[in-house]
Design a binder for this molecule. Structure first.
Ligand SMILES: [Zn+2]
Ligand SMILES: [Zn+2]
Length: 240
């Protein structure tokens, strides 16, 4: 079983299709001995996302809740083949953790070439830390080409437990992604994308895939909070 120290993709009631508060999420994270949590509510392109002020004002939260460090983050939407996001660079610059994902609400599923271009182009976005659930059935792409680019641009690759649970991602696809990340030594993060507090930190399906593919533990970045912390300081500045 893989143990992570920080679940870096979670949602709160700020997105109305999620059902727990940040306090509840942090309590559950603390119960599992986590050191940090990524609070990454949906960006403004999603119809029930919070107003941009939610993200502007994240600094109103204490640095730690229930002893768990709260990363001020966002799940931005990739909106076109140019890899544009639905969040301004100005706002992203104020945050500490940026997941960039494709969702069918904000990105009309195209052919493999369109999706590939979108992933290649989002790599140019300075503030993006993680490529969120790049295993979704709806968005096939040239995985090998993109994985190489993720590495070159130092984008972390997410293995997303919720996608596996809901079958939005097939285990075969996530397994293939892990095999490619292993071959090219690309760091991954295993996150839950929890929309309810009791799911925070539960990564059973992703752990199983890690075992099956013999994925190297040292490439799973969020097994050590310190490593993530260093990544953030290097990229987002002295925010601690
Ligand atoms: Zn959501
Ligand atoms: Zn998502």
């Amino acid at each position: 079983m893989i143990r992570i120290e920080a679940d870096l993709h979670t949602h709160t009631v700020a997105s109305t299709h999620a059902y727990s508060t940040i306090l509840e999420n942090c309590r559950c994270a603390a119960e599992q001995g986590h050191k940090a949590i990524g609070m990454t509510d949906h960006a403004m392109g999603m119809p029930d996302s919070p107003h941009s002020w939610h993200f502007e004002n994240l600094k109103a939260l204490p640095r730690k809740i229930c002893g768990v460090y709260v990363l001020r983050g966002i799940e931005a939407d990739i909106i076109d083949r140019e890899g544009e996001l639905d969040v301004s660079d100005g706002l992203l610059a104020k945050l500490e953790w940026v997941v960039a994902s494709m969702h069918s609400w904000t990105f009309s599923p195209g052919n493999e070439e369109k999706n590939t271009q979108a992933y290649l182009n989002v790599c140019e976005k300075k503030w993006v830390d993680v490529i969120g659930h790049p295993t979704t059935k709806k968005f096939p792409y040239d995985m090998e080409r993109c994985v190489k680019r993720f590495k070159e641009c130092e984008k972390l690759v997410e293995i997303n437990e919720s996608s596996l649970l809901t079958r939005k991602s097939l285990p075969e696809t996530a397994g293939e992604l892990l095999r490619l990340c292993k071959r090219y030594e690309v760091p991954v993060v295993i996150n839950t994308d929890a929309h309810f507090c009791e799911l925070v930190g539960r990564i059973d399906l992703a752990s199983q895939l890690v075992e099956e593919t013999g994925f190297p533990r040292e490439l799973i970045y969020n097994t050590e909070w310190e490593r993530i912390r260093e990544h953030i300081i290097k990229k987002h500045g002295e925010i601690f």
